[in-house]
Design a protein around this ligand. Structure first.
Ligand SMILES: [Zn+2]
Length: 103
């Protein structure tokens, strides 16, 4: 009696995990597809954190940055920020930016 019940329960568990796995794989595939489509369209797969617009990758002094097509926001990851700030002190991009008003 209980054997049959256990078997049925095991079957349900297996089915549950099988379905969960399938869902996870499908979600992953969907994500990869979106990233792939964005790549071929020339945009990054990232969305703007501010307005949800598409981020377009562009180059600034040899460092790639993400610019929002909608609000014009510029986004960098920490490595990109480091690359920009490590440029020559005094004439670098950020120094020019920060010292602009003092000219
Ligand atoms: Zn934006």
């Amino acid at each position: 009696m209980s054997d049959a019940f256990d078997e049925r329960r095991r079957g349900l568990e297996e089915e549950y995990f099988h379905r969960k796995n399938k869902e996870a794989i499908e979600k992953l595939r969907e994500k990869m597809k979106v990233a792939e489509e964005a790549k071929t369209a020339g945009t990054s797969s990232m969305k703007c954190p501010r307005c949800d617009g598409a981020l377009k990758e562009s180059k600034l002094e040899g460092v790639s940055i993400d610019t929002c097509e909608k609000c014009g926001g510029v986004w960098l990851d920490s490595a990109e920020l480091e690359q920009l700030t490590s440029r020559e002190v005094g004439s670098g991009f950020f120094s020019r930016l920060w010292n602009k008003s003092e000219d």
